[in-house]
Design a protein. Structure first.
Ligand SMILES: NC(=O)c1ccc[n+]([C@@H]2O[C@H](COP(=O)([O-])OP(=O)(O)OC[C@H]3O[C@@H](n4cnc5c(N)ncnc54)[C@H](OP(=O)(O)O)[C@@H]3O)[C@@H](O)[C@H]2O)c1
Length: 244
């Protein structure tokens, strides 16, 4: 494995997909910093966990603390989503839109080398209307993707690349038992996703890793779906499939 000492900051890196990214980067010898409200029950070794609420806290002192501990960053990955129960419209905007913008702007002059990478985890909810998540989630994800494009252009002169990843439903440590206990639901995914299975948080982490690597040195402003081909199927074909 290549020895690197890149500093990677993962927003929402304590659980789910963010945790998978933190683990992968830690295995690859990055210095990893994570922001989340709570500390994980099983922390990843050597990760610098910083508690902050993106909805309510003044983030600059926390970001100062992260830079003073591990130095300027090389990679910035946004894996957070609003999980509050109050006002989802305001909460999602603070957590997904305002915090993302403020953190990118803080770091736009604080990247380590001339080859930084920012990855925003979005969702297919940016282009489709999903029944379950509220309007706020759809609008926030569309905003994050526009930010990816906007900052890709505006930060390119500084050597910072910005991309978005659009996962389908993710199988992660936290929901594995749930899906295992629902074979009919798993079969539904298997029967309808072109690749015949759900995708995992590890597979999202692998794409984030690629986007943060030199192998992606000319990739910026892109929106990459990681959904086993699910979003390629036309809705009408989907509907008619039930008849066949
Ligand atoms: N899960 C899916 O099937 C799926 C599908 C498509 C897209 N996505 C997207 O993929 C990303 C990761 O999803 P996930 O399901 O892995 O998320 P998750 O398990 O809910 O993890 C979210 C992370 O964000 C942190 N977080 C939440 N609110 C916060 C706040 N106010 N301040 C600071 N940190 C906060 C959480 O830690 P604390 O709770 O400790 O704060 C946690 O580390 C999200 O952007 C999501 O929209 C997920």
């Amino acid at each position: 494995m290549t020895m690197t000492h890149k500093h990677s900051l993962i927003i929402g890196g304590s659980k789910g997909t963010g945790r998978a990214v933190a683990m992968l980067f830690s295995e690859k010898n990055h210095k990893v910093s994570v922001i989340s409200r709570s500390l994980p029950e099983n922390p990843v070794t050597d990760v610098n966990y910083v508690q902050a609420d993106l909805e309510k806290d003044d983030l600059n002192p926390k970001l100062d603390e992260i830079v003073s501990k591990n130095g300027p960053i090389d990679n910035l990955v946004f894996c957070q989503r609003y999980r509050g129960k109050d006002n989802d419209w305001q909460g999602e905007f603070e957590v997904s839109v305002n915090a993302t913008k403020n953190i990118i702007e803080y770091f736009s002059n604080n990247f380590n080398a001339k080859s930084g990478s920012i990855v925003l985890i979005s969702s297919v909810a940016s282009k489709f209307v999903l029944y379950q998540p509220p309007l706020s989630y759809h609008v926030a994800k569309a905003s994050m993707e526009k930010m990816a494009e906007y900052y890709a252009v505006n930060l390119a002169p500084k050597g910072i690349r910005v991309n978005a990843v659009l996962p389908g439903t993710i199988l992660k440590d936290e929901n594995k038992e749930f899906y295992k206990s629902k074979p009919d639901l798993m079969k539904l995914y298997a029967d309808n996703i072109p690749m015949g299975r759900m995708i995992s948080s590890q597979e999202i982490a692998n794409v984030v890793d690629f986007l943060c690597s030199d192998n992606a040195s000319a990739v910026t402003g892109q929106k990459i779906a990681v959904d086993g081909g699910m979003s390629l199927i036309g809705q009408e074909s989907f509907m008619l499939k039930k008849l066949s």
